[in-house]
Design a protein around this ligand. Structure first.
Ligand code: ADE
Length: 234
């Protein structure tokens, strides 16, 4: 049974959505003086938007999500508060890839408005999940109704690493399983995340495992003639 429905997003989708988003902003006749990309998901969309709209000024704010002590809800905050600019009196467009819960964009907007109360702030995203978001961005290219996890082309390795970690940790908790073959992992990935995940080029699986090994999450061993992936803390 699929636990987390996943949809692969292509570079072509990204370029199309960025162009649609730029078109909507231009149509509204509100021309931003500066774009604030929410790091990290907003980087590529914001850069494309600047290109489509002929905007030079692009800065970024990093919003990160920390699990709360109860490990239930996540709290979002600004990782590197920005000190050296003055956005008062400027038209500021805050851009992210997706408005899902909406927390990142709300935090970024509150941050900008609390520091520069005279900024004219609007928000934009490539995608807006209207059924779960706490708010509607001023501009979006594409409304999503059924929640899925979008695998954006700029973080395929990271997504795969997170999925693999989750599978290995949860299966370890459920059954004590520590050793995985590549085939078992691939099968579990499609069982948990759907067949869409099989569209990710297989080279990304190698990169994800190499990163997990470098970060001490997994060990890779060879037993007989099978490669084994082992949960490091198992
Ligand atoms: N970041 C936050 N929500 C997301 C989603 N549904 N898909 C991809 N990235 C996200």
């Amino acid at each position: 049974m699929v636990k987390v429905p996943v949809k692969l997003v292509t570079w072509d989708d990204i370029v199309t959505w960025a162009s649609t988003l730029a078109g909507k902003i231009i149509e509204s006749r509100w021309m931003p003086d500066i774009v604030v990309a929410i790091a990290r998901g907003g980087y590529v969309p914001a850069r494309l938007l600047c290109d489509h709209m002929g905007i030079n000024d692009l800065v970024s704010l990093q919003v990160v999500h920390w699990p709360s002590s109860a490990q239930v809800a996540e709290k979002a905050y600004i990782k590197y508060p920005v000190a050296q600019m003055d956005l008062n009196g400027k038209r500021v467009l805050i851009v992210d890839d997706i408005v899902d819960t909406g927390d990142s964009v709300l935090i970024a907007r509150d941050h900008v408005l609390s520091r520069w109360p005279k900024a004219d702030v609007r928000t934009g995203a490539l995608q807006w999940i209207s059924t779960v978001a706490k708010f509607k961005p001023d501009y979006y290219a594409y409304e999503v109704k059924d929640w899925v996890w979008f695998m954006y082309p700029w973080n395929l390795t990271e997504d795969l690493s997170n999925f693999i970690t989750r599978i290995m940790v949860e299966e370890y908790k459920a059954s004590g399983k520590v050793n995985w073959s590549l085939l078992e992992l691939t099968e579990k990935l499609s069982e948990w995340y759907g067949d869409e995940i099989l569209k990710v080029p297989v080279s990304y699986l190698g990169k994800a495992l190499a990163n997990l090994e470098r970060n001490g999450v997994v060990l890779r061993l060879r037993e007989g003639n099978v490669d084994l992936i082992k949960l490091a803390k198992g």
